[in-house]
Design a binder for this molecule. Sequence first.
Ligand SMILES: NC(=O)c1ccc[n+]([C@@H]2O[C@H](COP(=O)([O-])OP(=O)(O)OC[C@H]3O[C@@H](n4cnc5c(N)ncnc54)[C@H](O)[C@@H]3O)[C@@H](O)[C@H]2O)c1
Length: 355
Amino acid sequence: METFIITGATGFIGSNLVLKLLRMHSLVDIIGIDNMNDYYDVSLKEYRLKRIEACAAEYPDSRWTFIKGSIADKNLVNKVFQEFKPSIVINLAAQAGVRYSITNPDAYIESNLIGFYNILEACRHSYDNGESGVQHLVYASSSSVYGSNKNVPYSTEDQVDNPVSLYAATKKSNELMAHAYSKLYNIPSTGLRFFTVYGPAGRPDMAYFGFTNKLIKGETIEIFNYGNCKRDFTYIDDIVEGIIKVMQKPPKKQMGEDGLPLPPYAIYNIGNNHPENLLDFVTILQEELIRAGVLPKDYDFEAHKKLVPMQPGDVPITYADTTALERDFGFKPSTSLREGLRKFAQWYKEYYLGK
Ligand SMILES: NC(=O)c1ccc[n+]([C@@H]2O[C@H](COP(=O)([O-])OP(=O)(O)OC[C@H]3O[C@@H](n4cnc5c(N)ncnc54)[C@H](O)[C@@H]3O)[C@@H](O)[C@H]2O)c1
């Protein structure tokens, strides 16, 4: 039985990953860690946890254990690693969000730096006393590391030393810390730079979700940079498929000419490789909300949108070069925006409107 530790397990991406692993593997031992913080509506995290528990009950030969706690708690992290001895660790727990990092920087240092450091240390000590230890550490990075990079599409070959938010700086720091630990302790690690992930039961702090909440209340939505923003929106199922493909193939351990290990270290973009203009995106969202019956057929969309300037920390475009992902894993996200937003609108209707 393969043992996974998945942090951020009641988060948007984490919960979908757990569900998929339970459904696809005959035997898995999954330990989920999440502090279930109130950065956004906790009931959404509770809903995701309930879905996981219901799913786990359908697969009694596998094991699901939930630990409510913070990865910034070193003793807790060490205890969980020592007790469960994971072979694969997927670190998704983090304080997400670009704008929130301007008003709440402490949360980013605690979860994204101290928390990630604790995970790295626990991976390092998983090899103590000749144990086989962690075979692959996969962790969430972000397209935000590209900052105001001018080269599009964004390639993992690009220099990314100019973050424009603290959030981005912590994600880039994770990549640097992982590199050092891979080199020093031969820990196979892969960082995944996710590009604007969306879908059912997603994050309410993200634009598509916030826009929907506002439109339904008849409020006006603000479209930044006067709509001249492009985002590479990636559907949740594509992200989960990408994580699963990547986690099964750790970077190889190799010796360098100096007799020391070469770092078994990799970074990939996971994005749709097809940026959408923000205005087109809201038009499709609106059409799909009407189609699902979340908004009435005669909704006056024009009266509820306002074009506003760019926000601090934002970037005008995100666009993933996914050549490396395709080359190494034969995989590329493929869900169209309309298809993905349709599923979101349907879920929204069921969850919030009980229809
Ligand atoms: N969703 C996106 O568009 C996107 C894009 C780029 C990168 N990412 C990264 O992917 C990862 C998952 O993102 P998500 O969209 O699922 O976000 P999310 O906020 O839904 O999930 C993160 C989860 O981690 C938990 N958490 C936060 N700090 C913690 C801590 N110290 N200890 C334990 N749990 C903690 C939260 O309670 C939450 O449930 C994050 O690292 C995020 O930065 C997401």
